[in-house]
Design a binder for this molecule. Structure first.
Ligand code: SF4
Length: 389
């Protein structure tokens, strides 16, 4: 693999926010490529500002780079000014870590957390010089994979994906790496061969190995066409969040991004089960991180990154057991010098009031709790769905 930096650097003088494309963030890993190494390019199909803080991508970036024989780098959708320059100069999509061409990686793995990014996914694949339709990809082209909340219904984009992963990614990425490593060691045969092998991994759906029958816009049946493809694909679920204290080395961006703060996930799933809520349904069951591990991840993360704000992330964060004590401990921690803000980005209104009480006790004149995000605004829906209010 060769770096495209020499061709990219002159273009950066002509675009806005060139810092989006240079890498070098605190927390990056020097991925070791080489023969036999399985290389992943983790892509967030939106701008650097939106994609860099994404926790899912950062977690997989660390986990993959910790595995022997695996190298992972990152890429984000270039803004329209750089894309125009790249297309004009014939420069393909690249990784921001070492500026390698995207098409040199074994896997292009997209995080799909919003349907609005579907068109960006197609554009990124095209910009990488890889055929957009899965059926037109050649033997040497990377495998195009997607995971994230939107892949629970992959059919709208099934023609463009080689592999879809359902559920938590922490374990399945290592299993996929092993399949691809063995396929490469066996001489990197046909794409069909590796896709059939991948279909045997729990949580993996390979669209090309199924026949989907429609009645107008409605799906009538989805039937596997090869014995390797299971009739039903179950989502992956990590049982114990305590075994996955990631990201250990959260990336610190080199330019302003959304959610520009330390993020520590306190639990997955949601206790509430509102029937209208996609996130609450697909992330079941509830799995809490031990409070002590939360405190450790916060204190170490703040020390390492230099942030003065931490977000405790989850759905309906105030449902975390002992949230009052955890927030107060973070605020009172003398190593934080009383200068740390705590954000709870997902709150229901009743619990929002409870968390605000932490603001009036302890050293509130030096630190404060901030409630942000849509859950306060979602209060009417929560009221209908929660009979305990
Ligand atoms: S409380 Fe919020 S996150 Fe939880 S299920 Fe209801 S709407 Fe979804």
């Amino acid at each position: 693999m060769t770096s495209l930096w020499a061709q990219l650097e002159p273009l950066l003088a002509r675009v806005g926010k060139p810092a989006r494309y240079i890498g070098c963030e605190l927390g990056t890993v020097d991925a070791h490529h080489g023969p036999g190494v399985v290389s992943w390019l983790l892509l967030y199909p939106d701008t650097y500002e939106i994609g860099l803080p994404n926790q899912g991508l950062q977690i997989l970036y660390e986990i993959l780079n910790e595995r022997p024989g695996v190298a992972a780098e990152r890429s984000y959708a270039p803004w329209v000014d750089l894309e125009a320059e790249m297309r004009s100069a014939g420069l393909p999509l690249f990784s921001v870590d070492s500026h390698r061409p995207a098409s040199d990686f074994d896997l292009l793995a997209f995080n799909l957390s919003a349907e609005l990014t579907y068109t960006n996914l197609l554009n990124c694949v095209d910009l990488a010089g890889v055929p957009v339709r899965a059926s037109q990809r050649r033997p040497h082209d990377p495998l195009v994979i997607a995971g994230g909340h939107c892949t629970y219904n992959p059919e709208p984009i099934a023609d463009y994906l080689d592999v879809v992963v359902l559920g938590d990614g922490e374990e399945v990425v290592s299993e996929i790496s092993e399949v691809v490593r063995d396929w490469k060691a066996d001489g990197r045969g046909s794409r069909d061969e590796v896709l059939r092998r991948l279909a045997g991994v729990e949580g993996v759906y390979v669209p090309s190995l199924y026949h989907v029958t429609y009645d107008g816009p409605r799906i009538v049946s989805i039937e596997p066409t090869v014995p390797e493809a299971p009739e039903r694909v179950s989502k992956r679920t990590i049982a114990d969040l305590a075994e996955w204290p990631y990201p250990r080395r959260q990336l610190v961006p080199v330019t302003e991004v959304v959610h520009d703060r330390l993020n520590v996930e306190v639990f997955r799933g949601c206790t509430r089960g509102c029937r209208f809520c996609q996130a609450g349904m697909i992330t079941r069951p509830v799995r809490e991180r031990p409070a002590e591990q939360v405190r450790t991840m916060v204190s170490e993360g703040l020390r390492r990154t230099g942030y003065d704000e931490v977000a405790l992330t989850s759905l309906s964060t105030a449902d975390f057991s002992g949230i009052d004590h955890v927030v107060r401990d973070i605020v009172d921690d003398p190593t934080n010098c009383g200068q740390v803000s705590v954000s709870l980005p997902s709150l229901r209104r009743r619990l929002h009031r409870r968390c605000r009480s932490a603001d009036t006790e302890g050293p509130a004149h030096r630190a404060h709790v901030r409630a942000r995000g849509g859950h306060v605004a979602h209060a009417p829906g929560h009221q209908q769905a929660d009979p305990r209010r």
